[in-house]
Design a protein around this ligand. Structure first.
Ligand code: DQA
Length: 143
């Protein structure tokens, strides 16, 4: 089974972007760690990133055909995007929402998530380890 890890805007700069908030690991580091963990869980992991809302919607549509589960960090679109919520609602498998930072400790506009209306689980504030926690959960849900 395949799991898609979808990342939204500005996450291409992970490791260099506000490291005091998001840490020093890059998206490539996450890809490597999750691919290795996925192997132990019997899951193939594919990681994507887009700075564009429609690009993320398109990736979710591709996931409908190719993925059994989705891990998604929609970045700032978490707090604004009905389109991403609607796209996730067309996906049948389990969805785990990840935020590297603890959004609840930050500005109030980060406290609301449209994606949480669909997500089966939400992880925030575990740093980049949150992606691995999400993958373990999908390993359980897809077993
Ligand atoms: C984020 C939190 C969002 O509020 C922010 O816009 C991001 C990253 C996180 O991973 O902590 O881009 O999703």
């Amino acid at each position: 089974k395949t799991v898609y890890i979808l990342n939204g805007p500005n996450l291409n700069l992970l490791g260099r972007r506000q490291p005091e908030i998001y840490g020093h690991e890059t998206l490539d580091d996450i890809r490597t760690a999750c691919a290795a963990l996925g192997e132990t869980l019997g899951l193939t992991v594919e990681l994507f990133q887009s700075n564009h809302e429609g690009g993320i919607v398109d990736m979710i549509h591709t996931a409908r055909e190719n993925a059994a589960g989705i891990i998604i960090n929609p970045g700032a679109y978490t707090h604004t995007s009905v389109a991403i919520l609607d796209a996730l609602n067309t996906f049948d498998g389990p969805v785990v929402e990840v935020h590297i930072s603890n959004v609840h400790k930050r500005e109030s506009f980060r406290h609301h998530s449209y994606v949480s209306l669909r997500a089966d689980g939400v992880i925030a504030g575990l740093g980049t380890e949150g992606y691995q926690a999400a993958l373990r959960r999908l390993g359980t849900l897809l077993a």
